[in-house]
Design a binder for this molecule. Sequence first.
Ligand SMILES: [Zn+2]
Ligand SMILES: [Zn+2]
Length: 169
Amino acid sequence: MKAFIKDKIPARKLSDATKDFIVCISADYPDFSFNKGQREHWSPKSNTITFNPSQTPEHIRFGVLHELSHALLGHTTYHSDFELLKKESEAWHLASEIGLKYGVTISEDHIQNCLDTYRDWLHQRSQCPACGMHALQRDSRTYKCFNCAARWRVSSGRFVRPYRKTINK
Ligand SMILES: [Zn+2]
Ligand SMILES: [Zn+2]
């Protein structure tokens, strides 16, 4: 798997600081593998945290800390969009605590910006396509409008995360 990822990603040298960070965090959290990949995510199946080496050193650190936090918090699945948002928030707050150990400061602004992306997404998904009211989610894939009784399904669409794929199994 490691070799496969290595072949797919064009070689790009990590800065020494980023390399040191990955070495330190790998030593501190030996249960997890930290690998280069297409985008940041965490796989509960293989206990692997993936980061994209072409991102800025700061972005890599934030991403690794965030995905590690999902891992430490045992985030393997969620049942509603709201729960996802809550887990995102928890992961960011743990990431900023762990970050302090490595001299990485994740600002509250950065966290809120990231969460806003999820909030916007949640807002869009919860809006009734028939009357425009905001509705409550019935289950992981369905919303029902309490104003006009319309129902609609939502796809995992935009934020496909490894732990998202376990939905509806
Ligand atoms: Zn996350
Ligand atoms: Zn409606």
